[in-house]
Ligand binder design. Sequence first.
Ligand SMILES: Nc1nc2c(ncn2[C@@H]2O[C@H](COP(=O)(O)OP(=O)(O)OP(=O)(O)O)[C@@H](O)[C@H]2O)c(=O)[nH]1
Ligand SMILES: [Mg+2]
Length: 295
Amino acid sequence: MSKFRSGFVAVIGRPNVGKSTLLNSLLGQKISIVSDKPQTTRNAIQCVLTRDDAQIVFLDTPGIHKPFHRLGEYMVKTAIESLEGVDAVLWLIEMGSWTKADEHILDIMRRLEQPILLVVNKSDLSDKRGQAEFLESVAEKADFAHILGVSALTGENLDTLVDLLIGFLPEGPKYYPDDWITGHPERFVFAEFIREQILHKTEEEIPHSIAVDIDEVSEDPERDLVSIRATIYVERDSQKGIIIGKNGRMLKAIGVGAREQIEQLLGVQVYLDLWVKVKKDWRNKPGALREFGYE
Ligand SMILES: Nc1nc2c(ncn2[C@@H]2O[C@H](COP(=O)(O)OP(=O)(O)OP(=O)(O)O)[C@@H](O)[C@H]2O)c(=O)[nH]1
Ligand SMILES: [Mg+2]
């Protein structure tokens, strides 16, 4: 019998190419939040995939972009630092689209010593001929260990991707138990699910100006109920009004959406109590960033 393989893989790419969607698909469970807006992911998010013959510890990372505030600087730094010590790098780009940001990431990739798999996502958006042409054009950019077109949405080529990745891992131990999916505490995931609803339901600068802090989680095992109190922080008074909405409608909708996600995760009934507070210009304040877990 062949030996068990295990190791660490960083998933890197510019914002919005589908890194988090890909990881959720590979895991078959939603851990990392997703939206159609760039800069959704703010932290390095650990996701563990275990098979009979191997274990891959993935790091989902914030999209690499040009930062305009301290939060953005933290995000980009987090992405770059996640490259240290991993066994392989999964660089995700988007089918048919090569941008300046990809060019910038290429410079970073060229300096790495680990094998780089160039994975081209969203293959569902172009026809076979367009895909072949694009794959050919990006193949020349660097010395990749492999290039593969996939669709995180339809699942195309995802099994092949996992097999390829395992091929780059050394023989090693099972670092985490079979049912382990992430090392992040549940509180972190709750806050992320609330943030995801805001990303979906608000526009322009609002989704990027908020942070979510979980104030209290209490369980009532007799009633199979978990009560969560959380605060949504915004940067300005005007944003507070938008998050609350007319007659509190927006806050209610955010709460309903997040509660459903959390209930799915926990498998019990959830009571979610949301509050909104202003913390002026928090994205540029080291103290506030630290408080929200961005340090
Ligand atoms: N058509 C199509 N859309 C996809 C695919 N994968 C992801 N998307 C969409 O792309 C958008 C961005 O997805 P995310 O997973 O949040 O992207 P990300 O790379 O994690 O983005 P950041 O966290 O901001 O860096 C979402 O609207 C997804 O639904 C795919 O294979 N096909
Ligand atoms: Mg993401």
